[in-house]
Design a protein around this ligand. Structure first.
Ligand code: PEP
Ligand code: MN
Length: 337
């Protein structure tokens, strides 16, 4: 059940309202939007007389029953779109935020060259894997803590906020200066990790699992929100289907459906979705057209020599040309790049 509060209710009244429910054995999740503040109750809400609460509590505007299992991330709880801010860069409503960078941070020079170039082309956030989840234990596993330092150095130099993947909950301290913590597809249902990032005070980029349903994806986002962190960005990165000619299948209908089901920003990762460089630009444009709030694109200064995912990486000039194209299209969508 969710109670939408009247505008401008003082904080102590909201705290009192929440404490009252907690005393009755419910958990309450506070969701503060640009227009509405909502208190979502978890527990046996069937026993609550909703109309009575609305009539008798003067801070409550109206109440709704949320039938879905995901509550805090549910569009019903929060009608306006959530805008997540990472190092001052907005992701959500009115923006098409482009995240670019190498699959993995390989050297300080490589990361810096890519960061400068993608920034000039209009990317707003720098990506780079330091801890790489690889299918083979013999494949390159990333530069680990040194890789994070390469990203931090590029951030100091260019001002671009950075995003990198966390592999387990023992690493949270290492990510202190990382603006967005990424949960990779393979960890989407690592519930201990979801709870751990839920305790952080920074945005989380949650990627959809390779074989996860849209509902499971939303439930994973709910884990993070229920643990206290509502700054979640969902990323559709392709799912496993019967198709073998592409690495995965970019589920564009999931992007459109997620925008209806949740108030959280939704982005797409065409690179991991298709695995083929020449397909990245058309899929990036499709993501914009279908309502995504941004994209994440693997970009490399020398894809042929990349230590990871070179075949799907754009080179710097291909990225620049894609950005030119996207900027024109974003105008038609009423979005700022
Ligand atoms: C990545 O973005 O670096 C990555 C490993 O992606 P995914 O988890 O979607 O496979
Ligand atoms: Mn990759």
């Amino acid at each position: 059940m969710v109670f939408i509060l009247n505008p401008n209710v003082p904080k102590d009244k909201v705290d009192q309202f929440i404490a009252g429910w907690e005393q009755k054995g419910f958990s309450a999740i506070l969701s503060v939007g640009t227009e509405h503040t909502a208190v979502c109750l978890i527990g046996n809400t069937a026993e609550i007389d909703m109309d009575h609460v609305v009539q008798t509590d003067d801070i409550v505007s109206y109440g709704k029953r949320v039938t879905e299992q995901y509550k805090a991330v549910n569009r019903t709880v929060h009608e306006d779109n959530t805008v997540v801010r990472a190092g001052g860069v907005p992701i959500g409503e009115g923006f098409f935020t482009v995240i670019a960078g190498p699959c993995s941070a390989e050297s300080a020079e490589q990361v810096l060259e890519i960061a400068r170039s993608v920034k000039d082309s209009g990317a707003k956030i720098l990506r780079g894997g330091a801890f790489k989840p690889r299918s083979s234990p013999y494949a390159f596993q990333g530069r680990q803590a040194e890789g994070l330092e390469m990203l931090r150095a590029a951030k100091r130099e260019t001002g671009l906020p950075i995003v990198s993947e966390i592999m387990n909950q023992t690493q949270t301290d290492l990510f202190e200066d990382v603006d967005i913590v990424q949960i990779g597809a393979r960890n989407m249902q690592n519930f201990d990790l979801l709870k751990a990032v839920g305790a952080l005070k920074k945005p989380v980029l949650l990627k959809r699992g390779l074989a996860s349903t849209i509902e499971e994806f939303l439930m994973s986002a709910e884990y993070i929100a229920a643990a206290g962190n509502g700054q979640v960005i969902l990323c559709e990165r392709g799912i496993r289907t019967f198709e073998t000619m592409t690495r995965n299948t970019l589920d564009l209908s999931a992007v459109a459906l997620l925008k209806q089901k949740t108030h959280l920003p939704v982005i797409a990762d065409p690179s991991h979705a298709c695995g083929i460089r020449s397909l990245v630009p058309p899929l990036a444009k499709a993501a914009l057209a279908v309502g995504a709030d941004g994209i994440m694109i693997e970009t490399h200064n020398n894809p042929a020599k990349a230590l990871c995912d070179g075949a799907q990486s754009l080179d710097l000039s291909q990225f620049q040309s894609l950005m030119g194209d996207l900027k024109k299209r974003a105008v038609m969508e009423g979005k700022e790049i």
